[in-house]
Design a protein around this ligand. Structure first.
Ligand code: F3S
Length: 428
């Protein structure tokens, strides 16, 4: 692999052992990917690793990371991180941990890890939506991010350049400021190879989740799950942060989409199809019909009994706009005693929502605002919960996989809140 003079100095240990070890790791990783060089990154989104001393207590163990990076005897110095770095969700909710069956001992270990990370200069955002709380690259920035829903958003909506990374590669990127120049870092790999034309008008945010889930599945069935789709016929005004946040997450769930384009909307698709589609004349075009969206709602709604036990919102983590919608729907109402409402959101937005009143409106109605984590990581289901409702295709997909015995309803935020209040599903 080609190395710059500066990278050679790092490799020779001139900037200390942690940076040297991290670079060695990135070179091996890059060679496995077929990368000819490294590229500088402007933003990192990593996850909380589990240091050796805590590994026995907390699920998950990352031996390579433990040897090389944060928790080894070779501690990195304060302020040594090269890049602005935030963290992905972890598996512990700091206020409701007892409710989720986490012991005080494990919670204390988690607090110490958080403090450790903070001392290293990592911003402990603990969210899958770092772009909602300050980690917002600009178009053309190279990034090293974890979390499929975040990467597809950054690549597609923001026009940043990155691949879905892991804990080791993102931490190595944070320490060295580099990542292999491969995959979606390379502009030629960002061309669309399939067209999905919308022959329909979508209405609710959950319709966009359903569209994303449909596109991911179609690509998977076509054996093109790693290829880039472009959507045509998308109504300009519907390209909202919330719609695109859910749609991309769903595409990356049923398929493996890391980048999509929307004709005339997303940054790389504003200058005509011929400039963003790889071979326009030969590109397959799939027309999306309302029956495709309805069928997706059916796939994600496996329940027949209208009774709802648990409502899960906030996958990917909720935005302020979505919180406001829920707060207003719940104003003056009360969630039924036999229904649980979980809402997941970034810590920074929870604080803001509580300070500005929306959070209190939701909690007063009986909803639980939770931060730092997500049900997919906690792998927890309250006893007696048999039927779950959500506005998120991704959450339904993963929660059903973890708990195959549960049945689900998929629909809009309004449908979900109505179910939380009435205890019955009345949506699509
Ligand atoms: Fe975020 Fe968990 Fe959903 S990480 S995208 S809330 S599955």
């Amino acid at each position: 692999m080609f190395l710059t003079k500066e990278e050679e100095k790092v490799l020779n240990g001139e900037y200390g052992i942690p940076r040297q070890e991290a670079l060695k790791f990135l070179i091996k990783y890059g060679e496995a990917l077929g990368a000819e060089r490294l590229v500088s990154v402007q933003s990192v989104h990593t996850a909380m690793a589990v240091p050796e001393q805590f590994a026995k207590m907390i699920r998950g163990n990352y031996p390579l990371l433990n040897q090389v990076l944060l928790c080894s005897k070779r501690q990195i110095e304060l302020g040594q991180l090269e890049v602005f770095t935030t963290t992905h969700v972890c598996n512990i909710e700091p206020y409701y941990y007892e409710y989720f069956g986490v012991s005080e001992e494990v919670m204390q270990a988690n607090r110490e890890i958080r403090a450790h990370y903070t001392k290293k200069g990592i911003i402990f955002t603990s969210t899958c939506t770092p772009y909602l709380v300050g980690n917002i690259p600009v178009r053309g920035n190279h990034i090293a991010w974890m979390e499929s829903s975040a990467v597809v958003y950054a690549n597609s909506v923001i026009g940043a350049l990155g691949n879905i990374e892991g804990i080791e590669s993102t931490l190595a990127a944070a320490i060295t400021g580099k990542i292999p120049y491969a995959g979606f870092h390379i502009p030629e790999n960002r061309k669309a190879k399939v067209i999905f034309h919308l022959d329909i008008i979508l209405e609710k945010q959950s319709d966009f989740d359903a569209l994303g889930y449909f596109i991911g599945e179609e690509l998977e069935n076509m054996g093109m799950s790693l290829d880039v789709p472009i959507i045509t016929g998308f109504k300009q005004g519907q390209a909202t942060q919330d719609n695109l946040k859910g749609m991309g997450a769903a595409m990356a769930t049923s398929g493996a989409v890391q980048l999509y384009h929307i004709d005339q909307v997303t940054p790389e698709a504003r200058s005509g199809l011929e400039n963003i589609v790889e071979d326009l004349g030969k590109t397959e075009k799939i027309v999306v019909k309302m029956e495709d969206i309805k069928r997706t709602y059916d796939i994600l709604s496996t329940a027949t009994d209208p009774k709802v036990d648990l409502v899960i919102l906030g996958c990917p983590h909720f935005s302020l706009n979505q919180l406001k919608e829920v707060a207003l729907l719940l104003e003056g109402k009360r969630i039924r005693d036999d229904v649980i409402l979980w809402i997941f959101l970034p810590a920074g937005l929870k604080e803001l929502a509580l300070a500005r009143g929306f959070g209190k409106m939701i909690e007063k109605a009986g909803g639980m605002l939770m931060m730092d984590t997500c049900p997919a990581l906690m792998q927890f289901k309250p006893e007696n919960v048999k039927i779950v409702a959500s506005n998120s295709a991704k959450q339904i997909h993963y929660f059903s996989a973890e708990f195959p015995e549960i049945r689900t309803w998929f629909g809009s935020v309004r449908d979900c809140i109505n179910a939380a209040i009435s205890g019955k599903w009345g949506g699509n």
